[in-house]
Design a protein around this ligand. Structure first.
Ligand SMILES: Cc1cc2nc3c(=O)[nH]c(=O)nc-3n(C[C@H](O)[C@H](O)[C@H](O)COP(=O)(O)OP(=O)(O)OC[C@H]3O[C@@H](n4cnc5c(N)ncnc54)[C@H](O)[C@@H]3O)c2cc1C
Length: 396
């Protein structure tokens, strides 16, 4: 997977041009984790997921750029696209309006078209190519063309009642991503709920300080902070010193923020300073974190204590046992709200995403024991039901 995601790998190793490689990858990794190579395939997958009881989907258009801190290189759209942009430099300005940003805009709008009320658009801003990643590297706002595209997408999402979860990506690009997303929140999160969310990576030592700044902005300027919380997926490529030294520290950081938001107490916010309006989205496969958060949320609602709206999300193809355990706790109000997050795009466009899923499954191996036990129990239940003479629970 790592070799296949490298740029300029020739026709033989190009998954979108070599039909044998394409077929193998599609039937193995791709179909496990991704929604479809085109709109029709993707819509079919969304329908199937909703029929299973999920509140909705979080759908991503796959194009992105990953920065490898150890080699200083970029993988994904960035490199090949840069050549494309250079090739277009001699063209008149109207034509050189960045083709990558335009492709990202169109792909993202096509993604929104697949979604309906309550669904989420999950988006990777680096998918818009080198002009955008160069700005993010400098911590700057992206070119005006990208800002215009982001406003068009935000307006369309707000109209369709679709939320926008902006992904956290390589640390190299993060300050720019956080900055432009916060600006969108200022504009679109004004009606007491969040249309736009930033993603906060609990594994980064700097996240509590970042979050404090954003809570302060929301409190002072009167908008709702969209807080999507993850542990962080770039441990293999980001500078290690920026990340907590142990998994336990990351776990503690995750639970502290999640539970703090639900109790409306994070740092000085909620004690010395009023707690701003916050909408929380917990994206994780860690059952202990999610069940604890759900129980705290429910307990606070039942006892009339203040809390914040919360949604839960897992990736398509991973941790179904966690998703279905949460769904099994659903009450008459529809809580907890559980979402599956999927990605669409050609096999080649999804490679960076698939590579991260492969890395992540090293952690997931630790969880497979729980999934294996759950499968064994279900097998026994069905086996007994099939042979039961009493005809008790025959449902399979
Ligand atoms: C719906 C959804 C959306 C997501 N969106 C994003 C996103 O926008 N940006 C993003 O970066 N990630 C995203 N992720 C991935 C996420 O960050 C995690 O990588 C992944 O979910 C695994 O963490 P976990 O919470 O499921 O739990 P676990 O499996 O319990 O934790 C694994 C995680 O712990 C951390 N960790 C592992 N070992 C160490 C160590 N030695 N020291 C410090 N920390 C360690 C890493 O973050 C690792 O991924 C998303 C995940 C989901 C489910």
């Amino acid at each position: 997977m790592s070799i296949l995601s490298k740029p300029n790998r020739g026709r033989l190793l190009d998954v979108d041009r070599n039909p044998i490689l394409h077929g193998i990858l599609k039937k193995t990794f791709y179909e496990q984790f991704c929604a479809g190579e085109n709109k029709a395939e993707s819509i079919r997958t969304i329908k199937e997921l909703k029929e299973m009881g999920f509140r909705g989907v979080m759908m991503t258009f796959a194009k992105e750029t990953v920065f490898d801190h150890s080699t200083g290189s970029q993988q994904g759209l960035g490199v090949a696209a840069l050549e494309g942009e250079k090739a277009g430099e001699h063209l008149p300005l109207s034509v050189t309006q960045c083709a990558n940003i335009e492709a990202w805009r169109q792909g993202t709008l096509e993604t929104v078209d697949q979604l309906s009320e309550g669904d989420c658009l999950a988006t990777k801003l680096t998918g818009a190519g080198p002009k955008v990643t160069q700005a993010f590297t400098a911590g700057d706002l992206p070119p005006q063309q990208m800002i215009d595209a982001l406003h068009e997408i935000s307006r369309k999402c707000k109209e369709r009642k679709v939320r926008i979860l902006v992904d956290a990506e390589s640390h190299h690009f993060l300050s720019g991503i956080l900055r432009v997303t916060l600006d969108l929140m200022r504009e679109y999160n004004r009606d007491g709920y969040a249309v736009v969310y930033n993603t906060y990576q609990a594994y980064l030592k700097e996240t509590p300080a970042t979050l404090a700044r954003h809570l302060a902005a929301a409190q002072q300027e009167g908008f709702t902070l969209g807080l999507k919380l993850v542990r962080g997926a770039y441990i293999a490529s980001d500078e290690r010193a920026l990340i907590h030294d142990t998994k336990q520290y990351t776990d503690n950081a995750y639970d502290t923020i999640a539970q703090g938001a639900l109790k409306q107490e994070i740092g000085d916010f909620g004690t010395k300073t009023p707690f701003p309006s916050v909408n929380l989205f917990l994206a994780s496969h860690n059952k202990a974190s999610l069940i604890a958060a759900h129980q705290l949320h429910k307990q606070r609602l039942d006892t009339g204590l203040p809390t914040v709206p919360v949604g839960f999300g897992q990736l398509h193809g991973m941790s179904d046992e966690v998703s279905f355990s949460l769904l099994a706790l659903k009450d008459s109000n529809g809580d907890p709200e559980v979402y599956k997050c999927s990605t669409w795009g050609t096999v080649g466009e999804c490679l960076a995403y698939l590579l991260r899923r492969a890395t992540e499954n090293r952690d997931a191996v630790l969880r497979t024991a729980d999934e294996y036990d759950a499968l064994k129990m279900e097998f026994k239940r069905r086996f007994k039901a099939a042979f039961s003479l009493s005809g008790e629970d025959r449902s399979i």
